[in-house]
Design a protein around this ligand. Sequence first.
Ligand code: IPE
Ligand code: IPE
Ligand code: MG
Length: 217
Amino acid sequence: MKLKHVAFIMDGNGRWATAHGMPRAEGYKHGLEALIRVAKRMDARGLEAVSVYAFSTENNARPEDEKDAIFKQIKKFNRTYFGNLRVIYMGDIDALDEDVIDSIEDVERRTKKNNGAVLNIALNYGAQADIVHAAKLAYDKGSFDEATFEDALSTSGLPKLDMIVRTGGELRLSNFMLYEAAYAELMFMDKLWPDMTEEDADAVIAEFERRVRKFGK
Ligand code: IPE
Ligand code: IPE
Ligand code: MG
């Protein structure tokens, strides 16, 4: 089966920086460069969507200076050239600082007409909150079938999630795309996210193509 929608838990940025004798902030800078590399390769390989975990609701518990560095890098990232990629964000964006919100609106507007893969960036995102929010919307509509519920999730409109890849060696989902993960293939890599190359993106596709999916049948 062809990989259409892959999601990355981009973990290991801090450890990468420490291992290179740099402040953690440098890890986020290199991590976002890796994201461009990987997303562009996935687009070139014909994928329809790449979702990435950039900042979890739980990451709000990090030190203020680290959070400032992350959002500064996100704003810089939003100004880069995305080629054919259409950039969208999901998560509690309204709760972020005004300048971050502006930068997100700007990149979404700027890339809206692009016809390549969707790059869906989860920022200030938590899957449990997204599920509860969708449940509220379904309740308001008085409609509880799966289709209505899925329409209310932040991922509505994207192809079904095929695979979740976590870099950085940890074996957990950390509140990422829990509903969408239902039948996704899981892949864990020891590699730290900023080290991800185009060849690693190809290896992810190759791994997916080796998997035998059964969907209970
Ligand atoms: C993941 O990288 C990205 C964010 C949480 C923003 P980390 O910052 O968790 O990197 P490690 O796991 O400490 O190396
Ligand atoms: C998950 O990584 C969040 C992102 C990659 C953005 P964390 O480093 O925050 O996850 P835990 O704390 O190891 O579970
Ligand atoms: Mg981490």
